[in-house]
Design a protein around this ligand. Sequence first.
Ligand code: IMP
Length: 422
Amino acid sequence: MKVDILLGLQWGDEGKGKIVDVLAPQYEIVARFQGGPNAGHTLEIQGKKHVLHTIPSGIFRNNIMNVIGNGVVIDPISFLEEVRGIEALGIDICKNLILSKRAHLILPTHRLLDASSEASKGKEKIGSTLKGIGPAYMDKTGRNGLRIGDILEKDFNERYASLAGKHLQMLALAGFEYDKKAFEENQKKWMECVAFIRTMQCIDTEYYLNDELKKGKRILAEGAQGSLLDIDFGSYPFVTSSSTTCAGACIGLGLAPSTLGEVEGIFKAYCTRVGSGPFPTELHDDIGEKMAQIGREFGSTTGRKRRCGWLDLPALKRAIMLNGVTRLDMMKADVLNEFGEVKVCTHYMVDGKETDQMPYNLHTEIKPVYKSFKGWGKLPETTSFDKMPAELKDYITYIEKAVGVPIKLVSVGPERSQTMVR
Ligand code: IMP
């Protein structure tokens, strides 16, 4: 048995939550391998919206084990809020959720450091979700971090005090102002949430996953954010702090590359980006505004409005190359129903030359070259691909040919049922 991976190929928010939920019945285990509460995976079940931040999207299915891998960073406060929300739906979360002892903790001071770092960047700010992700990963690579396994140790409180104290000194040096009373309260709440996590299944998930794999269990690794936000291959420094590409699944779960099977890449029929950083096909006009409104393009974690633009094939091809994508899912095709003309960026003009590679230098002017398609109008209420308008079929087959990977699934609405499998 192999581990399949599902990941976003753009700047996040491609609709991974919905697809994991659709695919989940084919798997016995769903595992998150990177990121943290900066993610927001939205699932719509029986008309009700659910947003998951740290917990894997298999949690709504009774017979699926969900694993938070070592590559994830966990904020106990936001984690417990999420747990309580899911429990309220009558789901026994403690039974179906396992946490890696090696997953790092986001401390209340990490959030303050995130805010301080962004404030110091002025116009160059990353547009971080301010969830403390960057500082938590910095402590991980700086070998100072605290992990889930540490909360089970006797000296945890001292180690916490030592690290938080160091952070407070850094904040004082930076002259960063914050509400001390609110921070103290937050710290108290954080400790209470840590106490709750102690009651959960905190184990060496790398052994668990490899053992289950040997037993023939089917595992789906669920990525967060998107490939264009990857710490190495994204538009650095306007990226997140983890490896969002498929190699991140090996590191973030303790699985060897030889265990990987299908790599399923998700992209929207257009592009969005939240936060700062380059976005070659961004539309600053009424068309972009219309996409944002119809697509309800507001961040599920921060509520920020997402920037919108046409589909960018050079960026998509790059993500497919970096991940070795074997099949594609195209999301939100229905959002473009009301557009008489739909465009796709096939190449860029960079320094007067046509290219389909993203340039290293972010300050370089990138001019997208577009191919135009006739819009497909309202879609019929069917999930049969054959009954779809010819214009939508043309759009899909063009993309498939351009990127060289089949589009196996097309989503035409937020519900599980609004999904065409080809
Ligand atoms: P951070 O990971 O919160 O520090 O944010 C770094 C950048 O990644 C910012 O531009 C965020 O808007 C973006 N980002 C982080 N997580 C997500 C996500 O789940 N979806 C979309 N963008 C994200």
